[in-house]
Design a protein around this ligand. Sequence first.
Ligand code: NAD
Length: 496
Amino acid sequence: MTTAEKTLFTVLRAETPPVPALPPVGQFIGGKFVPSTSSETADVVNPATEGILMQVPAGTVEDVDAAVAAAVAAKAAWAATTPRDRSAVLLKIADVIEANRETFETLEAANTGKPAAVAEDDISSAIDTFRFSAGAARAYSTLGADDYAENHTSVIHREPVGVVGVITPWNYPLLMAAWKIAPVLGAGNTLVLKPSEQTPLTTLKLAELIAAEVPAGVINIVTGPGRVVGNRLSEHPGVDLVAITGSVGSGQKVAASAAASVKRVHLELGGKAPFVVFDDADLEAAAKGVRSAGFWNGGQECGAACRVLVHESVAEKFTELLVREISDITIGAPGAGEAEIGSMISKAHYERVLAALDDVRRDGLTIAVGGNAIDGPGYFIEPTVVTKVPAGAPITSNEIFGPVVSVETFSTDEEAVTRANETIYGLAASVWTRDSARSLTVPRKLDFGTVWVNSHLVIATEMPWGGFKGSGYGRDLSSYALDDFSRTKHVMYNRC
Ligand code: NAD
């Protein structure tokens, strides 16, 4: 049953939230759930209701060591499988997720507070990632053998890296796990994955449901705090590569811990995506673009269109259109109908976003719409547009990671490019223009791993995703992810 409150925004509440099917309790090591070496647990909360969903182990260094030992034991046999065999396993995983789609969607929505439509998109994309990697792993090849030194023939082999440590964030729990598990396994590695402390449930559910499909030890899951479990994965000498999707600060810590054993590091970190609107743009389309790409997943999205730069001559018109779009957004708890945005992930994050809004007020900026917390239960915040933002204001560079979009103006194309690039981040950006020359030249000057033209946040599994500068290095999705989780070996044969 659903009730609707009317503030400026429509807020939908589910009086009887759907009850998700919870995963087993324990660490998933060597193909089965086993007790943690610690009796300490962490609460997993439904942020839309503030109710506790279950408790999971607050894992330990010993748990990680056991999981790495299982991954090491499984590595030679898994590396020796053919691409066809690995592909068959990835296809089976995709089928299992698809067959249990409703279970995963309900669990993901309950654990994150995201609307059903976002959870549905997450699970569809996770399935697609496994299917893509299943195909890509079979199509993956190297240069043919040839002679590059007299009487010598060179062959390049692609080899798995070995054991990969994976650390995932809370914003797309199963999807971010899929973005790593699929190429890591496709390239012939085994793995130990640590989900976010806030959102381990769908990853554990996946382990439960695919346990019979994947050889024991190939996938291991250890829950627990980043500073303990994540750090141990980063420093463990038995882990050959560590991949994290998370904040810049966590990425820096992972890279520093990994340095001692000189292991490879794959970093997908934060973002602050500029959304550049030129004077010739279709302003209505651009305003709708911010609505969908700035507020998808409540703005808890590393590529979110959170920083609008609009040409001064169209700024007033564009802002009017944008405020109208955003005022129309429906907020709601999972299971409460057609909500566009859900809750923040946790009390701590809700307080961080509200503190950022306090800073906005303290800086004397204009909040054109939104800007307030919504009464609980649940960690809901109004979709917010901050306007008339001067160049260099903190909101133009700090990642808020919530339903907050800022609007700045610029005068020339050159200024637009310079200002858009004035950020430590380099993950994603977009350009809105109907001028073909501009649409070709501006993206080349932007220092971001993905640049959209007249679009934002459209992801294709076949195309690489990843950042420059403070957003890290390493690529998810596409066959570039297989590159990142492989190593090349050159074997040279003397024919004389
Ligand atoms: P976070 O950095 O707080 O946590 C991410 C993961 O790192 C968690 O599993 C956490 O436990 C772990 N961690 C924390 N400290 C660690 C340490 N010292 N050693 C090892 N692991 C540690 O990030 P979050 O709040 O879960 O997610 C939001 C962040 O993730 C945002 O900055 C967002 O931009 C980024 N993100 C990036 C992408 C991308 O594709 N580039 C995708 C999603 C999210």
